[in-house]
Write a protein that binds this ligand. Structure first.
Ligand SMILES: *Cc1c(COP(=O)(O)O)cnc(C)c1O
Length: 394
């Protein structure tokens, strides 16, 4: 029944599990365990003969509501809530590889995601090849007989490059590999990786799903068979479960997700347009603009721009710092997807651990800034950014 509702309705009502009190807002079930009526009931629950919860490390009622609502939003059969986005990414990858396997990943990744595939996985005997994911030929030529997994994010952090998701997923299917997509930058409203043929979608719920800077969270979504066969044991026995309190905060976040994303994307588009003509700006990158280098792929796989804008100032690091420091409304912070507009200088913060060469490959220079548009008034934001740009020399 609820499957026929459109997203804005599902995000308010989907997955709700009311207690006998009939509470309007979802209850927070802060409990570690569950009691059984008698020994036989406990036995039946453990055998899987009756429905119900066993232990909060496996599943619990508030988390269950959040997971069901995420499934409706994503069009997925199953979901698990995890303590953070990185717990979700690490679990989705590590649960399905073993020593001797090979991963192909797009090199433009969130820093910690890159560390998991580039540094951590090889410690356990899993090889990884990092490629420029923009060209499908690179995916194809990186394939080896032992390739088990493709991993990518699109649009990427921070320069908003995109990967042809359907193309990569089709290649993976040909060789019997799985594709994992980190869909944070696109948001679940603007891009549906499962519909593009991807097997597993991961989110940092810390970003747009909370959207108000309060708590960490992550989600893994896939079909029921993969969840049961590949993911379940890893999840239950390594313990990255989300706190029920955080699941409740994120349920509240989902209710307003479409309203916030719409306003944030409109603000991002307006800021991109306002900056594009300035003589001090070398380039503005926004997936919703016609001048995005991969506008054709974006039209194929996304239904909206993004809530992020990347820009490169001609004056390098000095200009980037001057612009950030002159902003009044937009705050300097490495977070994103928040109701507040936030800006960060990737070369000295989120991407400082990369070599100069690796940064150059990703198009990150001293003049690169990443702006995450909030829900503030559009005109106020444009005025703030343009006034700050005025303070930049040159
Ligand atoms: C923030 C982020 C993560 C990590 O999420 P946390 O909740 O901070 O652990 C992973 N991928 C992308 C693209 C992100 O933006």
């Amino acid at each position: 029944m609820t499957k026929t509702w459109r997203p804005a309705t599902q995000l308010v009502h989907g997955g709700t599990l009311r207690s006998p009190y009939g509470e309007t807002s979802e209850a927070i079930y802060l409990t570690q365990g569950f009691v059984y009526e008698n020994s036989a009931a406990a036995e039946a629950r453990f055998k899987g003969e009756t429905e119900g919860f066993i232990y909060a490390r496996y599943a619990s009622p508030t988390n269950d509501m959040f997971e069901k609502r995420m499934c409706l939003l994503e069009g997925a059969e199953d979901a698990r809530a995890l303590a953070s986005g990185m717990a979700a990414v690490a679990a989705a990858i590590l649960c399905q590889v073993k020593a001797g396997d090979h991963i192909v990943a797009a090199r433009a990744l969130f820093g910690s995601c890159r560390w998991v595939v580039e540094t951590l996985a090889p410690r356990y005997g899993v090889e990884c090849t990092l490629i420029d994911g923009r060209d499908l030929k690179n995916w194809e030529s990186a394939i080896r007989p032992n390739t088990k997994l493709f991993f990518l994010e699109s649009p990427t952090n921070p320069t908003l490059e995109v990967v042809d998701i359907a193309g990569v997923a089709a290649l993976a299917k040909q060789i019997g590999a799985k594709t994992v997509v980190d869909n944070v930058f696109a948001t679940p409203l603007f891009q549906k990786p499962l519909e593009l043929g991807v097997d597993i979608v991961v989110y940092s719920a810390t970003k747009h799903i909370d959207g108000q800077g309060r708590c960490l969270g992550g989600v893994v979504l896939a079909d029921k068979q993969w969840m049961e066969e590949e993911f379940q044991d890893y999840f239950r026995h390594t313990g990255p479960a989300m706190s029920p309190f955080n699941a409740w905060v994120l349920l509240k976040g989902l209710e307003t997700l479409p309203l916030r994303i719409r306003q944030q994307a409109a603000n991002a588009a307006a800021i991109a347009d306002a900056l594009a003509d300035s003589k001090k700006v070398a380039r503005v990158i926004y997936p919703g603009r016609k001048d995005h280098p991969q506008a054709d792929i974006i039209a194929k796989q996304m239904t909206g721009g993004s809530t992020l804008v990347a820009l490169e100032l001609k004056g390098g690091k000095e200009a980037a710092f001057a612009l950030q420091d002159a902003l009044k409304i937009v705050k300097i912070s490495n977070n994103l997807g928040d109701a507040r507009s936030l800006i960060t200088h990737p070369a000295t913060t989120t991407h400082k651990n990369l070599t100069d060469e690796a940064r150059a490959e990703l198009g990150i220079s001293g003049g690169t800034l990443r702006l995450s548009a909030g829900i503030e008034d559009t005109q106020d934001l444009i005025e703030d950014v343009l006034a700050a740009l005025d303070k930049v020399q040159g």
